[in-house]
Ligand binder design. Structure first.
Ligand SMILES: Cc1cc2nc3c(=O)[nH]c(=O)nc-3n(C[C@H](O)[C@H](O)[C@H](O)COP(=O)(O)O)c2cc1C
Length: 168
C-alpha cells in the first residue's frame, strides 16, 4: 500500500509518534514523511498528525487536510492536557471537522505530549499572584503528568493504531 505520513510537530512529540507509525508501515511504500506541504497524490492512505494548539490542530495541518480528496485519512495528535479520553474525543472531532467531504476518515489516535518548561514557569508566576487559583493548580498538575509523554506505551499504541488502519 502507498502511505503518506504528514505531521506538524513543534517540539518533537508528534514527530516521535509519526516515527512509530512509520515503523509500523514496514513492508509498505511510504511515499511521503514530514511536515506539510507534501505531495501525497500517490498515497492511498494518509496519516495526518498535529500537536494541539489552543484546542485545535495547527493552521498548517488544517491547510494540508483541506487539500485532500479521495483519500483514506487516519488522524493522530498529541496534547499537553491529555488527562481524559473525553478531551481526546473532542480533539478528534475538531481534527475530523477539517477533513473535506470526498475523503474517508478511518480512525484517529491521540496521546499526551510534554509541554515546554516555559509553560510551567508561566503558570507558577501566575499562581504566585493568585495562590488560590484552582484552575492554575490543575494546569500545573496536567503539566507534570505530561512530562514523561509520549512514553513507550504511547508509541506502542500508536504503532498498533497504524497496523489496525493498514489492515482494515
Ligand atoms: C502555544 C502552545 C499552545 C498549546 N495549546 C494546547 C492546547 O490547547 N491543548 C493541549 O492539550 N495542549 C496544548 N499545548 C501543548 C502541546 O500541544 C503538546 O505539548 C504537544 O505534545 C506538542 O507537540 P510537538 O512536540 O509535536 O510540538 C500547547 C503548547 C503550546 C506551546
Amino acid at each position: 500500500m502507498k502511505i503518506a505520513i504528514v505531521f506538524d510537530s513543534r517540539t518533537g512529540n508528534t514527530a516521535q509518534v509519526a516515527g512509530a507509525i512509520r515503523d509500523a508501515c514496514e513492508g509498505h511504500d511510504v511515499v511521503a514523511f514530514g511536515p506539510p506541504p507534501q505531495n501525497v497524490d500517490q498515497a492511498e492512505l494518509v496519516f495526518a498528525g498535529s500537536w494541539t494548539d489552543k484546542g485545535s490542530l495547527t493552521t498548517a495541518m488544517q491547510e494540508f487536510l483541506h487539500s485532500l480528496y479521495g483519500k483514506r485519512v487516519a488522524l493522530f495528535g498529541t496534547a499537553g492536557f491529555g488527562i481524559s479520553e473525553m478531551y481526546f474525543a473532542s480533539l478528534s472531532d475538531r481534527f475530523k471537522g477539517e477533513v473535506p467531504k470526498g475523503n474517508q476518515v478511518v480512525s484517529s489516535f491521540f496521546c499526551t505530549g510534554r509541554m515546554p518548561q516555559a509553560v510551567r514557569d508561566r503558570y507558577e508566576e501566575q499562581l504566585k499572584a493568585d495562590p488560590g487559583n484552582a484552575k492554575l493548580k490543575s494546569m500545573l498538575q496536567a503539566f507534570d503528568l505530561a512530562l514523561t509523554h509520549p512514553d513507550q506505551r504511547d508509541l506502542d499504541q500508536a504503532a498498533d493504531f497504524a497496523r489496525e488502519v493498514i489492515k482494515a
